[in-house]
Design a protein around this ligand. Sequence first.
Ligand code: HEM
Length: 249
Amino acid sequence: MSSGTLSLVTVSDGSSFLPAAARQHGGYLPVILLVLVPSFLVALAMGSLYFVVMPAMPFLREYYFSQQEQTYATYVVPLLTHIAGGTVALIAGPINLVNALRNGYTRTHRVFGSIYAVAVTVSATCAVFMSFHAYPGVIPFGRLIVTSGFCTLGLTWLFTLVMALRGILIRHDIAAHRFWIISNFSLTFAAVVIRGENGAIIALDQFSRLYPWLGWVSWVPCLIVGMLLARHVNRTRERRAEELAGAHV
Ligand code: HEM
């Protein structure tokens, strides 16, 4: 069992009040709010756009990502399965990040964790397929750039999930689980970042030239920040556990 396990157990005080728990664990509340609110908004926007608004008003397809109208009509099942899974992951993921700070909610954590894992697995599998049909824009090597980017993202999304599950289910190492699941969620969060980047390249009137690069630019910075944050969280927990262990000697 790792020191991460020790830190979680030692630091636990059974608190169920989020702000207090967040303060106790190093004031991650701002991060949670910055992540949770945008994730829910994108999930709500994308879920309702593809499952309510567009089916009710199909003519909107002409105005929203019309370049992909034909492709999305051809691959409607993998596309909608991908979006459904992604929407669930964007809701269940942040709920579990909050749960992780609320000690004593192990059962809820497992339920949302299982939902998140299934959602990511389904969505990522369809995402890898869709990456071969993503919009290549009008630049040389656009197909290669966009497909390699989204495909690598989909595979990394799956890989980090497997590592997070292996950490907790096989190795019983909470620190490893925490590291990989934060890294994994930083990739889920790429779905939020890409919406902002999309808006920026549309505003710059460069959509068809810059879109293929979003296959990479949407997630590489997220993963770097996510891994640094995960390492920071683990180190903070370890230090706290050592301090508490020292105080009890
Ligand atoms: C993190 C891994 C993800 C990968 C690798 C991925 C990959 C893809 C790909 C390749 C496409 C087709 C893009 C195109 O036609 O050019 C796509 C479309 C889409 N994806 Fe994802 N995706 C991911 C996560 C998510 C998440 C978490 C959501 C949550 C809602 C999501 C929602 C959508 C939507 C709504 C579309 C349709 C295009 C649009 O309206 O922007 N994706 N995705």
